[in-house]
Structures are given as structure tokens and as C-alpha cells.
Design a protein around this ligand. Sequence first.
Ligand code: ADE
Length: 250
Amino acid sequence: MRIDILTIFPQLFEAPFGFGIFKRAIDNGLVQINPVNIRDYAHDKHHTTDDYPYGGGAGMVMKPQPIFEAVEDIKNKLDDKGASLPVILLTPQGRLFSHKIAVELSQHPHIVLICGHYEGVDERVVEHLATDAISIGDYVLTGGEVPAMVVADAVLRLVPGVLGSEESPLDDSHASGLLEYPQYTRPPEYRGWQVPEILLSGHHAQIAKWRREQIIKRTLEMRPELLDKADLGQEDKRLVKRMMHTDKKD
Ligand code: ADE
């Protein structure tokens, strides 16, 4: 899978994808991260990418021209001229990013991410160039670079072969719509805190049952709204009822 990232700070993307899992995936040719400097597409001698907002107000707005031409340059080099290429603007005005959207994007062989800056991006980019707009949360960052890293990380780790088979994305928190169960490793006792006995027992069925209970318990405690949307079986529903009941008695 290939991700082109349009940014005024292309060097920012060297570190996050230059180590560990992503370095291995890039070296193996499974994924390609291609930062594109928006400034290279500005026509004036100062390579200007921003300008004052029409109507006044604080801050600067990103000009449409360098962004349009950067995307068109990418599309023109593709066999289908980018007919089905997702072009995604990172902005606090976008739809809220989620595991589901990461799965959806990971099924494309190629996507483009546009990092907004300053007070925003000229609306014509939103209306006539981007096919989608994504926000990573209800807070405002200084630019779209960190959100682009978040989206690229969440998407690329789902590409088959990027994670080793022992690091399955199927067990992730949110993959099932619920949070993940707690994990422990050696030693069995650390500073007097014990690993739950059941995990040392070797009883696979009981361990699976304990983990399911923990998934429900943790989701109920931390993100109860996820349980409303989740596809729960009879046993899970009984567990939720029991835990809510126990809670009330405490
Ligand atoms: N740019 C600034 N804040 C952002 C956010 N929360 N999500 C996506 N892009 C952004």
C-alpha cells in the first residue's frame, strides 16, 4: 500500500516510519510512505503556501493552488489518472477517525493525505479536491501532520504482512468494537503484585472465559457506550447485567 502525504514539513515523517515495524514493512516493499512538499508546487519565488483570509480574521489560510497541483501531479502519473484515489484532508471539521475507517482505508492500494495548517485550508480544496475529511478527535492541533501520522499508522498496520502473524490486529482493542483484556508477562510477582492465578493455570477454556469477562468489565468501566453498539451474545449480555448489578450493590 502507498500513502502520499502532502505537507509543508516533509521531514517530520522520517522518524515515525523509520523504525521497527514500519521500517521493516517499507524495506520489504509492503508499504510506501511518500511525503510530498506542498511548497514545491508554489509558483512564486518565496514558495508561498498561505495567504490572508477573505473577510478578515485571525491567522492565515492555505492557498488552493499548490495543493491542487500537488494532487494532480500524483494523479497524472497513475494509469487510471487517480479515478478511484481517496484524497483525504486532515481537519478538525472532518468525520471522526475510528478503527472502522482504518479498515476501510487499508483496503485501498493507494491513498493521499493532506495536512492542513494555520487557520485552515481554502474551502475549494474541501469541495473540489478532497474525497473525504477526517478528524482524529475533538481537539485542535497545530497542523494535520500528527493526525496524518495517526491515520497512516492505524491503516498501515492492518495491511497484510505488516504485523508479524504473532501480532494479530484481530485481537486489538476496538477491532471487535470492545476494549482489549489486560495482558501480563513475567515475572509472576512484581513488587508484591501477582499475575492473576488463572493465567498461570494452563486451562485454556477458563483463560478464554476470564479474558471475555475482562473485556466486558473494562469496556463497561471505561467506554460503556461501546457496549450499546457491540454485537453481544447471550453469555455476554448476562455478564453485563451481572456486572451492572454488582456495581450498584458496591
Ligand atoms: N488538524 C488540527 N487538529 C486536527 C484534528 N483534531 N484532526 C485532524 N486534523 C487536525
